[in-house]
Structure formats: C-alpha cells, structure tokens
Design a protein around this ligand. Structure first.
Ligand SMILES: [Zn+2]
Length: 311
C-alpha cells in the first residue's frame, strides 16, 4: 500500500514560503492509529522509524488507518534545535495549542486536532543513551487499564512518569499524550535511544514494537516480534527517576543499561583534570539503569542517569 501524503499548511516564513506538516496516511477505516515523530527537533530516531513503517507497508496490508506525522517540529529540525527556533518554545509543552496563537501554538494545535481523530495516539521521542521505554501519564480507571494493555503489547519497558510535583514543574500535562487522554483516547510517549544522531538499533526496536501494537490492535496480520536487542523490564509499577550530578567533573561510568542497582551503589565517579575525585554519583534508590550519560563531562544539576524505581 502506498501512503498518501497531505500537506497541512500552518503559516508562512518571512520569505513567503509555507511552513507545513506532512500528514502520511496508510489504509482507511477503523481502528485508527496516530504516530507522531520528533516534536523535539533534535530527536531524529523516530523519523527513521516512520521511514521503516512506510517501507514495510508498501508491501504489507494495514487493516484500518495508520496516520503519521514525521517531523512534528519542522522548523526545529531544520535548525537542529529541540525547541521552535523563532520563539524558543518547547512544542511539547503547549498542547492543545491554539489555531490563532503563536507559531508553536499553531503547530501544536494542528497536530492535536489530527491526533484526536484517532483511537490510539503514540508520541515518539528519544532519551539519549537509553533503553527503549514507554512513559505513562498519571491517569486512573478504565482508561489507565486500556493504556497499560496497549503499552505492554509493544514488548518494551513500560514506566510511569515522574511524581506529581516534578510532573507539574516540567509542565508535562501540556505534552500531547495527557491532552489526548483528556478526550478519553489512549495515548502514551515512547522514548527511543539516540538524539541528533539516529540510533539504528533504536529504529529497529521502535519499528518492531509498533508492529506489535498494530498486531494487538488487529491492524497487522503477523506474528508478534520478540524484542531481543535490548533490556526489557517485564513488569509494571516502576517509574522514571533522575540521578543528578552536583559538581562539575569528568565522569567514569561503572554500570550498564538494564543493570539492577541497590540503593547507594556508585554508578560512576567524576574527577578533575589530575584525577582527584570530585564526586561519587550514587544510585539514591534501588532500581534498573534506564539511561547512561551521553557525555563524559558533567555539570551541577546535569541529569546523569535515569533509573526505573518502584518507590
Ligand atoms: Zn522529546
């Protein structure tokens, strides 16, 4: 099946050229799955996942509708920036947006309006040197159960978002999935490895995980893919937890992705130019290592590790 590509005009640049989104549609009817990629312009692995899905469905059938927007932050991607380059706005903090607002609000609103026409909505991101994982927003009841079942069907690690205070402080309630959930539509975030560089193992795992979801939804007739390329924490009830550096230094890492660490285990040590220890970076909680530092230089308040913890 060949995709149909629709241009969604948003606004014009100062040179009169059109800022637009490309809406890619494969198939028709129900169920309807929406996949958005790279609302953060420096997170490119998800775009390659969409390339792979387009290729796959050129020779395979979709039952229902697969809608994708590849490059949800076109100007950020063009300028190699996470945010929108004109207003320095994080597009994933302004949903549901505003059709008469600023450019970032207009882009977010156009995406939101397309997303809520679907039965399931996925938002693809990257989280650096990490295992692939799903993030669930804080919701309760039947919708929570539905979201959990869909997330688990993908075959990768499923984590809960930060606790309330941090969730509020980071304005995560204005990202796409929680705004879609308000419409009673199941939605969640998928974090893949990589960033400005595409991580090709992440592309493969992301692709397989999405096919698993589509098999679960009855959209694809195939055998479920086993995810063997990466660690998978096969249990719900863990949440993401950051470990920060307190001082500037050069880090020696001691742990691997997926490693189980007890509370107070040293994850790494940072040193100065002559090798003196500046800081032992310890796990603070018992859990699994979900992401490692992408760079060896750390600064105060840098998030150095991400853990999956139960408390
Ligand atoms: Zn992101």
């Amino acid at each position: 099946m060949n995709p149909s590509i629709e241009i969604i005009p948003i606004s014009k640049r100062i040179d009169d050229s059109i800022i637009h989104l490309k809406k890619i549609t494969i198939g028709s009817g129900s169920p309807r799955l929406f996949i958005g990629a790279s609302i953060h312009g420096d997170e490119l692995t998800p775009i390659a996942v969409i390339w792979k899905l387009i290729e796959y469905f050129r020779v395979s059938e979709v039952k229902g509708t697969l809608t994708m927007i590849s490059g949800m932050n076109p100007e950020g991607i063009a300028f190699k920036k996470r945010v929108d380059p004109y207003f320095n706005t994080d597009l994933n903090r302004v949903y549901p947006g505003d059709p008469e607002g600023t450019l970032p609000q207009r882009i977010a609103n156009a995406i939101y309006r397309i997303a809520i026409e679907h039965d399931v909505v996925l938002d693809l991101h990257t989280a650096g040197n990490c295992i692939p994982f799903i993030l669930l927003d804080p919701i309760e009841g039947d919708l929570r159960k539905e979201v959990e079942d869909l997330a688990l069907s993908m075959g990768i690690t499923v984590l809960d978002e930060y606790l309330g205070d941090k969730y509020e402080a980071l304005k995560l309630g204005n990202s796409l999935p929680p705004q879609v959930l308000k419409k009673d539509i199941p939605s969640f975030t998928v974090e893949l490895p990589g960033g400005s560089n595409i991580d090709w193992t992440g592309v493969n795992v992301g692709f397989k995980a999405i096919l698993n979801l589509m098999i679960h939804l009855g959209m694809v007739d195939a055998k479920k893919n086993e995810i063997t390329e990466t660690f998978v924490l096969g249990e719900l009830g863990y949440r993401r937890y950051d470990v920060f550096a307190n001082r500037a230094g050069i880090l020696e890492n001691f742990v691997r992705l997926g490693e189980f660490v007890e509370k107070f285990t040293p994850l790494g040590v940072s040193r100065d130019f002559v090798g003196n220890v500046v800081e032992w970076i310890k796990s603070e909680k018992t859990g699994y290592v979900i992401s490692l530092p992408s760079r060896s230089i750390v600064y105060p308040a840098d998030r150095v590790y991400l853990l999956a913890v139960k408390e």
